[in-house]
Design a protein around this ligand. Structure first.
Ligand SMILES: Cc1cc2nc3c(=O)[nH]c(=O)nc-3n(C[C@H](O)[C@H](O)[C@H](O)COP(=O)(O)OP(=O)(O)OC[C@H]3O[C@@H](n4cnc5c(N)ncnc54)[C@H](O)[C@@H]3O)c2cc1C
Length: 593
């Protein structure tokens, strides 16, 4: 809507919000009492035809974003020059860093967290999405379809688990079946292959857990699952194997932009001088874009909780399955022309544009994930969980799989998505600043899309740099990551052989997940070693099983301490401030393991 109309609509919120136009965007300013009003104003201001995006600078009284920053600060990166600086070690940044190393460019990735995948890349469902629910012409659709097609080879090259069992959406009624038929017919037009509408009996062959109430559904054959954090770690490790540098605990704090170019980037480890900068900062991508004088969007945090079920619940789902995302109620349906086609079309149109709905997912590790919800919150780092949300998700999924039970829960976690008000990715070269490249607004299906986004960003960066230097291809680039053995996946004979070669593989540390000391040492000797309990847990799973680390934690800490050459009490959970033990008990006479 034009500014005049927008101002009229904003007046209805009665909150004194001011709208103006700035650099091709809508700028919203003011101070309001609650976040819901600020969010509603942002949504009202969206007009993709007229404006580049919404700049929502409305303040919420009593709320101030607390940014978690590394405890460390030194001068280790002071004066460092590089061809490309990648900001953010989520799946997008790590994929971009790896892709850039196909060329002879010096690549430095900085991540403010203590490990890669510190943001939403470790807190998602791991679904390699199909794309049917994204609108034609959107960046989400384009990159989802391309990324999906790249996954099998990528996972194979990087030795990351990936399964392609498909996705299933169950229909409750004939109208919903027809709506799914409509989705299926439009899928090809969107570039999505492998979808099929199936009746109950056919569906049961791919997903034995068809609910009683379902008359059939849509099977989407290109749907897959992976381990999101392992994929991110593997991309980072392979980038490092190919010559990229990754600096953890390194936060970008400011930038100096001169004549449309970023000339300096300040961090807690000194000032870096890059020729080009890639913004892959997740929930802070708009803050980084602002520093780069290239902001045309605002990130509004949207949280989602996932529940992890014990492996014994693994039988409950074979694929990734869920109800239709249609929100039209029978009452609302009465207002639509009575023919089935009109009703099916209206159903499809009612599907939420920003969430694919709660689902049940069979993970690559054999657990079941239930979730996630999608709630708007003011805090970009709000990863809290609540009993109410967990119960709501469980109730919702019990409709799909009656056997879902709270007694199978072993953990739950919350991730914060990074959507823009326009609900699309912002993947583009800078508009006002020539040497910045945006990979922003990467909400779901960002895990799926990242490999394809990386190809485009790397190509734009190379084009830009080649104006001033030779950008040669890196002939020694090896897309295959070195793999370490995973004992739980080996036959007894294979294990025996390995244990004879290296007895550390015979020392089981985590009994739930059958993880040996040898495997823990492998991750601590990887191309990107991170000496924390969380990093080891993510890379090889001690602590991920039923007991959640109650038995193996002390032993894991001992191995980390010995390998890193640090004191036992200096082994931390993740962040260097997250201490686990403080010293011997019994007035100093007790012992540490
Ligand atoms: C609950 C949930 C479920 C999801 N499910 C799926 C799914 O099943 N399939 C799918 O395809 N997608 C899914 N997604 C979306 C997917 O997780 C994201 O799109 C993807 O992880 C985005 O990756 P990213 O690298 O862009 O952002 P992030 O992973 O958030 O990485 C950004 C990084 O930048 C760092 N950073 C920020 N500011 C600075 C700074 N100033 N200096 C240095 N570093 C900085 C952060 O610490 C962070 O590590 C889900 C997301 C959520 C939250």
């Amino acid at each position: 809507m034009n500014l005049k109309r927008l101002r009229r609509e904003l007046r209805k919120l009665d909150a004194g919000i001011v709208a103006s136009e700035r650099d091709g965007c809508v700028l919203l300013e003011g101070e309001v009492d609650d976040y819901a009003t600020a969010f509603a104003a942002g949504k009202l201001a969206v007009d993709k035809d007229r404006y580049l995006g919404v700049l929502n600078d409305i303040k919420v009284r009593g709320f101030e974003q607390k940014v978690s920053l590394p405890a460390e600060s030194d001068h280790s990166l002071d004066g460092v020059k590089c061809d490309v600086l990648v900001i953010g070690g989520g799946i997008t940044g790590c994929a971009v860093a790896r892709e850039l190393r196909r060329h002879q460019l010096s690549v430095l990735l900085v991540e403010k967290g203590p490990d890669v995948a510190s943001g939403q890349s470790s807190r998602n469902g791991g679904v390699v999405h199909v794309g049917v629910n994204f609108s034609k012409g959107s960046q989400k659709l384009r990159y989802c379809v391309r990324g999906n097609a790249m996954y099998r080879k990528l996972a194979h090259d990087l030795h990351v688990p990936y399964e392609n069992k498909g996705q299933v959406t169950f229909a409750r009624t004939k109208v919903e079946m027809l709506a799914l038929e409509y989705v299926h017919r439009t899928a090809l037009d969107k570039g999505v292959v492998g979808t099929k509408v199936m009746d109950r009996d056919e569906l049961r062959k791919v997903e034995p857990s068809v609910p009683e109430w379902s008359v059939g559904g849509l099977f989407m054959g290109t749907g897959g699952i992976t381990s999101p954090y392992l994929m991110t770690i593997a991309l980072a490790e392979n980038a490092v194997e190919n010559g990229a540098t990754v600096a953890l605990n390194t936060a970008v704090l400011d930038m100096k932009v001169k004549d449309g170019l970023i000339v300096e980037v300040s961090t807690n480890r000194g000032t870096i001088r890059p020729k080009a900068v890639v913004n892959a900062a997740g929930v802070y991508a708009d803050v980084i874009a602002q520093m780069a004088d290239d902001r045309t969007f605002t990130i509004h945090p949207r949280v989602g909780t996932n529940i992890v079920m014990d492996k014994k619940a693994g039988w409950m789902v074979n694929t990734s399955m869920g109800k239709t995302p249609f929100t039209l109620t029978p009452k609302q349906l009465e207002d639509v022309p009575a023919d089935l086609f009109s009703r099916a079309k209206a159903m499809v149109a009612s599907a939420s544009s920003h969430t694919k709905g709660i689902a049940l997912i069979h993970t690559v590790d054999g657990n079941v994930l239930v979730g996630p919800n999608a709630d708007e919150v003011p805090d970009r780092e709000d990863t809290s969980t609540s009993r109410e949300v967990v119960e709501k998700i469980l109730r919702s999924q019990q409709e799909v799989q009656g056997a879902v039970s709270a007694s199978d829960i072993i953990a739950y976690f919350t991730g914060v998505r990074s959507p823009t008000y326009e609900e699309d990715f912002v993947v583009r070269p800078g508009i006002r600043t020539r040497n910045v490249f945006e990979a922003a607004g990467i909400q779901s299906p960002g895990l799926t899309a990242a490999p394809a986004i990386a190809v485009d960003i790397a190509s734009w960066v190379c084009d830009y740099l080649s104006d001033a230097m030779d950008v040669l291809s890196n002939k020694s680039f090896n897309p295959v990551r070195q793999a370490s053995p995973v004992l739980a996946g080996l036959s007894l004979e294979e294990r025996d052989l390995l244990v004879h070669e290296n007895p550390d593989y015979g020392e089981i540390v985590c009994r739930c997940e059958e993880i040996s000391k040898g495997e823990i040492l492998d991750v601590l000797r990887s191309p990107l070693p991170v000496y924390t309990v969380d990093a080891v847990k993510r890379r090889c799973r001690p602590g991920m099983g039923r007991c959640q680390g109650a038995f193996c934690l002390p032993a894991v800490m001992r191995i980390i301490a010995d390998e890193a050459g640090i004191a036992y009490q200096d082994v931390v959970k993740g962040d260097s401030r997250a201490r686990i033990v403080f010293g011997p008990t019994k007035e100093g006479k007790g012992t540490l393991l």
